[in-house]
Design a protein around this ligand. Structure first.
Ligand code: NAG
Ligand code: NAG
Ligand code: NAG
Ligand code: NAG
Ligand code: NAG
Ligand code: NAG
Ligand code: NAG
Length: 845
């Protein structure tokens, strides 16, 4: 133990030598730093020494002893992320505390590669004896690392952290910090908003850091903070950047009057700020605003930091501070409060969930009462999520399984859920009227296909992301464009910003048109290319539903799903901002576009595998499972490395308009890809996606549309035509001629076998996406093991002779707000009648 002690002392020495702040160093009485799975001691980048696995065995009680590590070349911010401890059963770390009171718990996660466990698939919960920290946490993007930070008032002399893997899953952890925090960090008192007034009892909550921003300044890493905290830049959260201007002074001049301390926030935070641009003009009349996304089912402690670093004299600066449009501080007078310039001041506000809504708008603006300068500033912001009534920081269940009371925090989100369900039910009821009978809806349908199933994951406590690689809240230099909020709502964009990005929604920037509206390619301030999907203003999709949708979409994070970057709902706009997929739809590379290099068989396999992974994640990666409902080659997009990502999930839930009951708007999907069973029974399951994916596989092989009405009756429908050829052993004849001689025959049989299984008449006979994935990977292995050398005459050359036959698989989806079916839709309907005779039942009512 004494050697441990000296290690700790050493680490303090190190940090006081290398750490910049000359300010007092806090000496935590408890300081447990574990580098889980590590075999050799590695100091973290801030100089603190973490214990290896063998040095920390006394803290851990676990049945199994599995560790994993990844090469040191992996792109993570600290060597702590390179090793992990894996648990296949419940495991507990217990730390003896020198005294109860406030403690930081920092959990570091990165799913390192492991030959026997896939950490990206791990689903687990993390709890202390009193609080739920993470509930059914799932790490769905393997390229991310995460730091989750909690502040907990320990009430006994032991603190336990339990890792509970979901049944048949695993849990893992890369590093743990349990460190005493100074008492002054959380005082028992704060102001409440609405009504404004004092509130107390803050020491009875546990907290999770959602945001910690060094306003107007750069990232402050743990090495430069008095308590090893990380402060990110506010850049990505500042709205209409031209209204705010950065200002900074030397960090040495910051004073800490009584009642404050560098432990509250280091001088680096107070020495930078954002103040009003153009404050010198007569009476500036605007606010500077920051928007942070929060989870509406929790309350938040918001701490605002101020130091007057812009005034030349005292008594010259008075300004207003608003939170969510409510006056938080009227006429803030820093001179009187601190009696010195450049003095630290902070104020805490408690926002209970009724005030918090789903975003936090912090505004500063001039008092404009004629006294002093008309200016305003903000130096730092901290947003801490507060534990709910059952002691949970994630999801609505407590450690003992009790459920948060309905009227506590969740009222708002439940209301939204109800509205969403009614709207969706309406849509399907419309469909029901068109069909002979509205069959008793099977459980499966209810569970998986109602709008509410989209919402459920929100309450099932799918986890909150503190940060990610390239993320903004913690520890990364790139700020702004990734999911950063505690809810994962993505970034908020102002309309002006998106107008800039798309050259004011220039027609020339349109790269696609969908049921939802136009899709524009745009470029953000920092050069990031994005796809901007702007809702049709006439769309019937309400703004509430839109916001709900963003929440749902934001939950879905996967390497093979197109990521939602953010959104804008200013002026009732409904705009979604996605990552830009440079190589466009998979379909374009198969046929229809003349000038693209044809894809090799291997590339095609890899794309199918990627798409299958994305769908597999949709079906299984979330608590409820999600059905895509519109799987087709135009919804599989390729990035600049030809990585396939599934797009358009859950967007096209068009409700039928007044006169649209006879148009099959509510039937989601595209002809040529539609699961026949879905028509017969109105029973949509994940196996309907599997059917559509089978069609995608055939398109990949044959390079022709799912439906091509220009062909003979027998050949119109690709699925039927290909399966007929398969039965007659003539499939080779309809394979894309550009692939001729390049496909290993075993690979092809495996591939066709997978496609055939997908297209089984009955859903129950179709494989799961997981099985399909396995078959495709096998097909790729077979191809790799023995790739045929193509005859020279067949060397791949640009495809210049493919006919597109004019019609893509006819979309059933109709544009929202379109008054009547167009010619095109009539012909689609006629065509559909040919192809799906059973569809006839749906018409003419
Ligand atoms: C921790 O909580 C207890 C009540 O549960 C309280 O008495 C104590 O003062 C708190 N500790 C601190 C440091 O606030
Ligand atoms: C994980 O392993 C795969 C193949 O085994 C490799 O391609 C990938 O780069 C590895 N990832 C990391 C983060 O080491
Ligand atoms: C939340 O705010 C409302 C309105 O001010 C208040 O009535 C309610 O008691 C608050 N709830 C909590 C848990 O503080
Ligand atoms: C700490 O702050 C100093 C001064 O701002 C800066 O030069 C240095 O790079 C910072 N170090 C880290 C690790 O952030
Ligand atoms: C600043 O914001 C507050 C609260 O949202 C609002 O009441 C006020 O009118 C705004 N001031 C200006 C000048 O826009
Ligand atoms: C609906 O149809 C009726 C007659 O068919 C027409 O008078 C009315 O304008 C239509 N309404 C809309 C919203 O298109
Ligand atoms: C290419 O297209 C031309 C007409 O556009 C057609 O006559 C010719 O047969 C096509 N060649 C092949 C190989 O399909």
């Amino acid at each position: 133990m004494s050697s441990l002690l000296s290690l700790f002392l050493l680490s303090f020495l190190l940090s006081s030598v290398f750490g910049q702040p000359p300010s007092p160093t806090f000496k935590p009485s408890d300081n447990f730093l574990l580098d889980c799975g590590a075999t050799t001691p590695t100091p973290s980048l801030d100089g603190r020494q973490f214990l290896t696995d063998s040095q920390s065995t006394s803290y851990l009680s676990a049945k199994d002893k599995v560790t994993a590590s990844t090469p040191s070349t992996t792109d993570v911010p600290s060597p702590l992320y390179l090793t992990a401890r894996i648990f296949t059963e419940d495991a507990t770390y217990t730390f003896p505390l020198t005294s109860p009171g406030w403690h930081w718990i920092r959990l570091h996660f990165f799913p390192v590669n492991d030959s026997s466990h896939d950490l990206t698939q791990a689903v687990f919960s993390v709890k202390t004896d009193d609080y739920v920290l993470l509930h059914s946490f799932n790490f769905d993007d393997s390229s991310q690392w995460l730091l989750k930070e909690y502040l907990i008032n320990a009430t006994s002399d032991r603190l336990s952290i339990h890792f509970d893997p979901l049944r048949n899953s695993i849990a893992f952890i890369n590093a743990i910090e349990v460190i005493s925090a100074p008492d002054i960090l959380i005082s028992d008192y704060a102001s409440s908003l609405s009504p404004v007034g004092p509130t107390s009892g803050l020491s009875n909550y546990a907290y999770q850091t959602s945001y910690r921003l060094n306003v107007g300044g750069p990232l402050i890493t743990s090495a430069n903070d008095t308590l090893s905290r990380t402060w990110s830049s506010d850049h990505g959260y500042l709205q209409s950047r031209s209204t705010g201007q950065k200002v900074s002074v030397s960090s040495g001049i910051i004073n800490f009057p009584d009642g404050t301390s560098p432990f509250i926030a280091p001088n680096f935070v107070y020495s930078t700020a954002v103040h009003m641009a153009d404050a010198r003009i007569g009476s500036p009349n605007f606010n500077v605003s920051w928007v942070l996304n929060v989870d509406p089912s929790f309350g938040y402690l918001v701490r605002l930091h101020f130091a007057d670093i812009i005034s030349k004299n005292l008594d010259n600066l008075y300004f207003n501070v608003y939170i969510n449009h409510k006056m938080a501080i009227s006429g803030l007078d820093l001179s009187t409060l601190t009696s010195k310039l450049a003095s630290a001041y902070y104020k805490d506000f408690v926002l209970n969930s009724t005030v918090a809504m789903d975003r936090l708008l912090i505004q500063i603006g001039p008092l404009n009462d004629g006294a002093g300068t008309n200016d305003a500033l903000l130096n730092g912001v901290e947003v801490l999520k507060m534990s709910n009534s059952v002691g949970s920081l994630d999801g609505e269940f407590g450690v003992d399984g009790s459920k948060a009371s309905e009227d506590g925090g969740n009222t708002k989100s439940h209301a939204v859920a109800a509205v969403g369900f009614v709207m969706m039910f309406g849509a399907f009821a419309g469909l029901g009227a068109m069909v002979v009978k509205w069959h008793k809806r099977p459980q499966d349908w209810q569970r998986r296909n109602s709008f509410s199933s989209w919402l459920l994951p929100i309450h099932a406590g799918h986890s909150t992301f503190m940060t990610s690689k390239g993320g903004s809240t913690f520890g990364s230099h790139k700020s702004g464009y990734t999911f950063s909020s505690s809810l994962g709502l993505g970034r908020y964009f102002s309309l002006a910003e998106l107008q800039d990005a798309t050259n004011n929604f220039d027609e020339k920037a349109v790269v696609g048109v969908g049921g939802f509206g136009n899709v524009y390619v745009g470029e953000l301030d920092d050069g990031t290319k994005v796809a901007v999907k702007r809702g049709n203003p006439q769309s019937e999709q309400g703004i509430n539903e839109f916001q709900t949708e963003i929440q749902m979409l934001s939950k879905l994070r996967h390497r093979h799903l197109v990521s939602l970057i953010g959104y804008c709902d200013e002026n009732s706009e409904m705009i979604l901002v996605y990552e830009y997929m440079a190589n466009g739809p998979f379909r374009d590379h198969l046929y229809g576009k003349d000038d693209l290099m044809p894809l090799t068989w291997k590339q095609r396999l890899e794309i199918c595998i990627g798409a299958a992974r994305g769908l597999h994640y949709l079906h299984t990666g979330t608590a409820q499972g999600i059905i895509h409902r519109d799987v087709k080659t135009t919804n599989i997009l390729l990035d600049d490395d030809f990585i396939a990502k599934v797009s358009d999930f859950g967007l096209s839930k068009d409700a039928p308009g007044m006169n649209q009951t006879h148009v099959s708007t509510a039937v989601k999907g595209s002809f040529g890809y539609l699961d026949p069973e879905y028509f017969r029974c109105q029973r949509l399951t994940d196996k309907s996606d599997v059917y559509s994916f089978g069609v995608v596989l055939l398109e990949t092989l044959c390079a022709r549309p799912a439906l091509n009405p220009a062909l003979t009756r027998e050949q119109v429908n690709l699925a039927e035509w290909a399966m007929k050829n398969k039965r007659q052993n003539t499939l080779e004849q309809i394979v894309d001629p550009l692939l001729e001689g390049t496909i290993n025959s075993d690979s092809m049989s495996k591939f066709v076998e997978a496609a055939e299984k997908c297209l089984a008449e009955f859903g129950v006979d179709r494989p799961s996406m997981g099985d399909v994935l396995w078959n495709l990977e096998y097909a790729l292995q077979l191809q790799e093991a023995n790739p045929p050398t193509p005859p020279l005459s067949h060397a791949l050359k640009p495809n210049t002779n493919k006919s597109d036959a004019g019609v893509v698989a006819g979309e059933i989806k109709q544009e929202n707000g379109a008054a009547a079916p167009s010619e095109d839709q009539h012909s689609n309907a006629a065509m559909a009648n040919d192809v799906f005779p059973h569809l006839g039942e749906m018409k003419g009512r």
